[in-house]
Design a binder for this molecule. Sequence first.
Ligand code: CDP
Ligand code: CDP
Length: 208
Amino acid sequence: MIIAVDGPAASGKGTIARALARHYGLPHLDTGLLYRAVAANVQRLELDPSVEADAVAACDFDDSLLDDPMLRSDAIGSLASVVSAHPLVRASLLQRQKRFAQQPGGAVLDGRDIGTVIAPNAEAKLFVRATPNIRAKRRHAELRSHGSPISIDKVLADIRARDLRDSTRSNAPLVPANDAAFLDTSFLSIEASVQRAIDIVESRIARD
Ligand code: CDP
Ligand code: CDP
């Protein structure tokens, strides 16, 4: 069983994907981390994120980078959204994600294009949403708890810029798959969001 979880920044997709993976005993891949690693590598190598060839050169990163807490920063999230718009960057990360999705036994992946590009045949597809203000509040609390002095206004502005860039790029934009189920977490606790996600997956399995 493949479960695809897509949605914008801080909608709750990672939390939901991790919980689904635990619930069904499946491996989980946070695909955003791959783009964040490319972004961190661009920064480390002092390359230009808007130049496709530079961003492609940064795709060759060491997997140990995926565990680096600096990948979670707001600046790296924004930079990830710039490098991820380059078709050759997406192409370079494609096979790794497809392989993960197609491993025997199944998998849960979360990102922006899982239901549309990485695993279009997924048994269950969720598109997780929440209002920009609520997402900014959540991400701000997260960043603050990790010691960042960032303001909520900056977090909201960055989220809005990222939403726009991610949903308007021509290659694998952030759009719900035709057969995705919507899950709005704006006014749901984490527990309620996870339960709702399990209910959706169960109804998809029952339907097939
Ligand atoms: O956790 P959050 O939603 O804030 O970000 P993320 O999932 O780590 O993704 C960071 C950036 O990577 C996004 O803004 C997208 O531009 C890009 N991304 C993508 O293009 N495709 C994916 N499957 C996952 C992330
Ligand atoms: O992966 P994504 O960027 O979509 O979001 P996340 O990392 O799963 O969630 C962002 C923050 O919102 C985390 O601190 C979650 O604990 C929190 N959250 C929440 O407060 N209520 C929910 N219903 C879902 C997530």
